[in-house]
Design a protein around this ligand. Structure first.
Ligand code: HEC
Ligand code: HEC
Ligand code: HEC
Ligand code: HEC
Ligand code: HEC
Length: 194
């Protein structure tokens, strides 16, 4: 319980600077297969970021809302990735119990003034348009498409729960009838394709 309190306090302090800090986060687009040699993680990530410790909500874990970090999901096409300063806001006082060397890497990025070069996992082709906000405003949960992320230790690269490069997955859900019996979302080629 102490931890929940700690997180609540830190979270509200951070909220003040969040808008500024978060605007600097970003994802690198690295083709599958590259980058893995440089990283000890299957995800190819520069830091073994544990979703479960931040969003798992189990005893000994924290219960942060997904959108605390993926701050733009409800209002923009991209869900967003937190900046290094938002990590540091907590981790300058939370050294990490089991993996302090991973947390120390955050400090390295802060001191060098570099963003953390997170590698992007989920990506549709450039000719496809996927707006997060439309899906969240329709009441869909992150987990429906991304799986139980809050239980995952380190997200695996190219391990999407969704059918991957598969148009059928999108269209099948769009075709589902709403209350009036009409498709719940458009299946016009042009809503998804540029
Ligand atoms: C609201 C506070 C908060 C924010 C923001 C936050 N963390 Fe954490 N993080 C924690 C807490 C608390 C733990 C659990 C540490 C423990 O048990 O000692 C943790 C654990 C970790 C661990 C595992 C450490 C271990 O001992 O296993 C890593 C790595 C980590 N965080 C990286 C990050 C990164 C990278 C970011 C930014 C994307 C971030 N954290 C943002 C609070 C936060
Ligand atoms: C403390 C901040 C934090 C919280 C809370 C958080 N995430 Fe993340 N998330 C990250 C970071 C940092 C990355 C990039 C590293 C990685 O892929 O693991 C990421 C990556 C992801 C990705 C992959 C993005 C890509 O590259 O395609 C998904 C999907 C995701 N998060 C979903 C969620 C969901 C769902 C929740 C809530 C259950 C959640 N996240 C909570 C920080 C967070
Ligand atoms: C209807 C399915 C669906 C839902 C619901 C959904 N996502 Fe996504 N998400 C995707 C797809 C598809 C992509 C790849 C989009 C692209 O390449 O433009 C993606 C990409 C991402 C990314 C990486 C790129 C980015 O947008 O920043 C993150 C992070 C992410 N999602 C987090 C979340 C979180 C957090 C939630 C809930 C608040 C969520 N997603 C809800 C399907 C979904
Ligand atoms: C689980 C169900 C589900 C999945 C999977 C899904 N969508 Fe959707 N999509 C919806 C719903 C519901 C709406 C909201 C319709 C509305 O706002 O009235 C929507 C809206 C959209 C819109 C806006 C449509 C418009 O009329 O402007 C686009 C574009 C879109 N989705 C693209 C995609 C793409 C691309 C994928 C696959 C990568 C995808 N969706 C996967 C349910 C889904
Ligand atoms: C709900 C969203 C959605 C709708 C509607 C949609 N598509 Fe797609 N389409 C996708 C996605 C997602 C992909 C796979 C993108 C990827 O490879 O990442 C795709 C891929 C494709 C491809 C490339 C196939 C390949 O093998 O790469 C073609 C061609 C295509 N769509 C044509 C169409 C046509 C024609 C229509 C109208 C009849 C249509 N699409 C409607 C989402 C949609």
């Amino acid at each position: 319980m102490r931890k929940y309190w700690l997180i609540g306090g830190l979270a509200s302090l951070l909220a003040l600077t969040a808008a500024l800090a978060f605007s600097q986060g970003g994802l690198q687009e690295v083709p599958a297969g590259d980058n893995e040699a440089e990283s000890e993680y299957p995800s190819g990530q520069p830091i073994a970021f544990p979703h479960d410790q931040h969003a798992g909500g189990q005893p000994g874990q924290n219960n942060m809302d997904c959108q605390y970090c993926h701050y733009s999901a409800e209002r923009s096409v991209d869900a967003g990735i937190p900046s290094v300063s938002s990590c540091w806001g907590c981790h300058q006082v939370v050294p990490g119990g089991n993996a302090p060397e991973e947390v120390a890497k955050i400090q390295g990025y802060v001191q060098r003034g570099e963003p953390i070069p997170w590698v992007r996992i989920y990506k549709v082709s450039d000719h496809v348009h996927f707006p997060h906000m439309r899906h969240l405003n329709a009441g869909l949960e992150c987990q429906l498409c991304h799986g139980e992320v809050q239980e995952v230790q380190v997200l695996n690269r190219r391990d999407p729960v969704w059918g991957g490069d598969n148009m059928g997955w999108c269209v099948e859900c769009h075709r589902q009838p709403d209350d009036t019996g009409k498709p719940q979302a458009s299946t016009d080629c042009t809503v998804c394709h540029y």
